[in-house]
Design a protein around this ligand. Structure first.
Ligand code: PGA
Length: 255
């Protein structure tokens, strides 16, 4: 089955709304419309950039999709500092990163929270980008498959095959994030293949439609090789997505 590539910029804690505007304009100027028709290009900015990105994407008809980096699972209530799925949907956000390793490791997000967030994103008619991945110690101890399997089963528990087909999963080995140490294309394919196999066991052929990204020190120079894996359908890009020219090169090299 052919799956449309998906390249997502994860800016993390970078860029003001004014920086975001400049980035979108530069990316739009740099990329050919054709590149954006062959792939879904997603910008996951901090919450404070989303309204600005929504406005410029719509007013200048930019072929980009809007994404957020986190969400809370309740729609509303006394949860100071949180942002809900309906709030994101009202800004035309289409994708929401859920369970990024930085959320899990720094902010203590559990598998159970991740599952609730996946449900909230789906209930808001948006697409979760469900992140999974092992630490270096887990890989060295031979536990990478078990860790990723546990995160996949917890994150997809109770979903229908149709929902799983629409999901984006990002395999991000923690030892490769922000370190400049990229997984080899073989490692990336092995783990993305494992994830598709796990989804197939639980949800059948719907797994063929699920898009699986690799993330961790993706750069223009390694994108093409990483994307060559049969089960690698895109990239989740941190550091190299901050520069519109680098991110444009990643999109071009992926399609
Ligand atoms: P990186 O981050 O590209 O800077 O390694 C990837 C991510 O955390 O999504």
């Amino acid at each position: 089955m052919s799956r449309k590539p998906i390249l997502a910029a994860n800016w993390k804690l970078h860029k003001t709304h004014a920086d975001a505007l400049q980035f979108a304009q530069k990316l739009h100027y740099t990329l050919e419309r054709d590149d954006c028709e062959r792939a879904d290009v997603v910008i996951c900015g901090p919450f404070t950039t989303l309204r600005t990105l929504q406005t410029v994407i719509q007013s200048d008809r930019m072929p980009f999709h809007l994404g957020a980096q986190n969400v809370y699972w309740e729609d509303k209530g006394a949860y100071t500092g949180e942002i809900s799925a309906p709030m994101l949907a009202a800004l035309d956000v289409e994708y929401v990163i859920v369970g990024h390793s930085e959320r899990r490791e720094i902010f203590g997000e559990t598998d159970e929270w991740v599952r609730r967030k996946v449900d909230a994103v789906l209930a808001g008619d948006m697409t979760p980008i469900l992140c999974v991945g092992e630490t270096e110690a887990e890989r060295e101890a031979g536990d990478k498959d078990a860790k990723v399997s546990r995160q996949i089963s917890a994150g997809t528990e109770g979903l229908t095959p149709e929902q799983v087909g629409g999901l984006v999963v990002a395999y991000e080995p923690i030892w490769a994030i922000g370190t400049g140490r990229t997984a080899t294309p073989e490692d990336a394919q092995e783990m993305c293949g494992l994830i598709r196999g796990l989804l197939r066991e639980r949800f059948g052929d719907a797994a063929d439609a699920t898009r699986i990204q690799y993330g961790g020190s993706v750069k223009p120079g390694n994108t093409e090789a990483l994307m060559a894996g049969a089960d690698v359908d895109g990239c989740l890009v941190g550091g190299a997505s901050l520069d519109p020219e680098d991110f444009a090169a990643i999109v071009r090299n992926a399609v």
